[in-house]
Design a protein around this ligand. Structure first.
Ligand SMILES: Cc1ncc(COP(=O)(O)O)c(C=O)c1O
Length: 403
């Protein structure tokens, strides 16, 4: 077999192809000194809102900013509980803490790795007391009010939003979608009998444009989408030191603006996103076909019929992950683990008092998941080599039968 290195992600080729357009954007910014705000930011916000079927888009400095501002703008404050899943990037829970609230967790579905609506219901029914006067569920464990839920659309696939939104209505919760990995993902809402875009279903949603995302900047960037004009206005103030007009600060805010040059780059790249997401889907489908029926107890990504994933990541699950990753590494195939520690067990959250076994589905998943190379432009030959290495490695491992 060839020993060509196969990257996990190729961010060079795509930008080389767009270089001329990017140079023009740089020249526009340099010639107008338009580095902060202005038409490039506004233009991108309009285009991205349209792409997400959302009324408003507010460009910010990162996905973490987007989550933090969306939480604050929807009314989350000190002493509140915000629910999310344990198997997300720490930015989700950082934003909750930075908004003054406390994260609490709901375990995930075995197959999709996203929030299990059944577990959300159980949490609200069994682990909370409903105060009908305050119209609020209070956590029995902490005594704090549960104010919001952040479903994370992990790996490019949306969470099962219909039942999550129903529970949110029933329990008076705000819903902030963490769509940082899900630009363009879709969900078929049985309630509405139509496909809905990531970022259009909650009270607000957060997107990251970190370079490796499906829509990535050439630096840091993020955005909030929302249909709510007040939330959008509030996010615009929060990103800009709380000012409604220059030097008139209605509240304390942050320095969390979207850089104009990044907005220009993102606007150009947005025009290609549908095509790139299509390429990711084709690659995922091909991985599925080539790996189907393989030995060694591998579990392939699961896409329910209500989901159109954009495959930010292609994630396998195997009992002996270390062995498979080592073998691929020796063969020059780069892989990743997203993410290796369920957050309730992260050192940063020791103070919250969780234990091993509290969220068993997430805990087992994080010990077995492995992300294979996935990016538009991954060639069939490269993919064949990845698959051949995976199959050989799996064939060498006795099947344990357990996951
Ligand atoms: C699920 C999730 N949430 C939040 C973030 C934070 O985004 P950023 O890195 O742009 O702050 C990321 C990005 O890595 C993410 O994957």
């Amino acid at each position: 077999m060839s020993n060509e290195q196969i990257p996990f992600l190729d961010l060079v080729t795509v930008h080389r192809e767009l270089q001329d357009e990017f140079v023009e954007i740089l020249k526009t910014a340099l010639n107008s000194a338009g580095f902060i705000g202005g038409p490039m930011v506004q233009g991108f916000e309009e285009d991205f809102a349209k792409f997400c079927d959302s009324r408003f888009c507010v460009g910010v400095g990162s996905g973490t900013d987007a989550l933090r501002f969306a939480l604050i703008a929807t009314g989350i404050q000190s002493g509140d509980i915000v629910l999310t899943v344990p198997n997300t990037f720490i930015a989700t829970t950082e934003a909750i803490s930075q908004a003054g609230a406390q994260p609490d967790f709901v375990d995930i579905e075995e197959q999709t790795y996203n929030m299990d609506p059944g577990n959300l219901r159980q949490y609200l029914e069994k682990q909370c007391l409903w105060d009908s006067g305050a119209k609020r569920a209070f956590s029995k464990r902490t005594g704090k009010p549960v104010m919001a839920v952040i479903p994370v659309h992990l790996y490019g696939q949306m969470a099962d939003m219909d039942p999550i939104l129903d529970l949110a209505t029933q329990y008076n919760l705000k819903v902030i979608e963490d769509a940082c990995q899900a630009h363009g993902a879709e969900y078929f809402s049985k309630k509405e009998n139509r496909w809905r875009k990531a970022g259009s279903m909650g009270h607000a949603a957060a997107f990251s444009f970190y370079p490796g995302k499906n829509l990535g900047a050439c630096g840091e960037a993020g955005a909030i989408t929302t249909d709510n004009e007040d939330v959008a206005r509030s996010c615009r103030m929060l990103r800009d030191h709380g000012q409604s007009k220059k030097y008139y600060h209605d509240i304390e805010g942050y320095n969390g603006r979207l850089d104009a040059i990044q907005a220009g780059f993102l606007r150009t790249k947005l025009r290609h996103l549908k095509k790139w997401n299509g390429q990711r889907r084709d690659i995922a489908l091909r991985y599925n076909t080539l790996l189907a029926g393989s030995e060694g107890g591998v579990t392939l990504p699961y896409q329910p019929d209500w989901s159109r994933s954009v495959y930010h990541l292609y994630v396998l699950r195997v009992a002996d992950r270390a062995q498979l990753q080592k073998r691929l590494d020796e063969a020059g195939v780069s892989t990743g683990i997203h993410y290796p520690i369920a957050l309730h067990l992260a050192k940063a959250y020791e103070g919250l008092g969780f234990r091993v076994g509290d969220f068993p589905v997430a805990e087992t998943a994080v010990s077995q998941i492995l992300s294979l190379p996935m990016f538009p432009g991954l060639t069939s030959q490269q993919q064949d080599r990845v698959v051949a290495e995976v199959l050989e490695s799996l064939a060498a491992v006795p099947v344990s039968g357990s996951r």
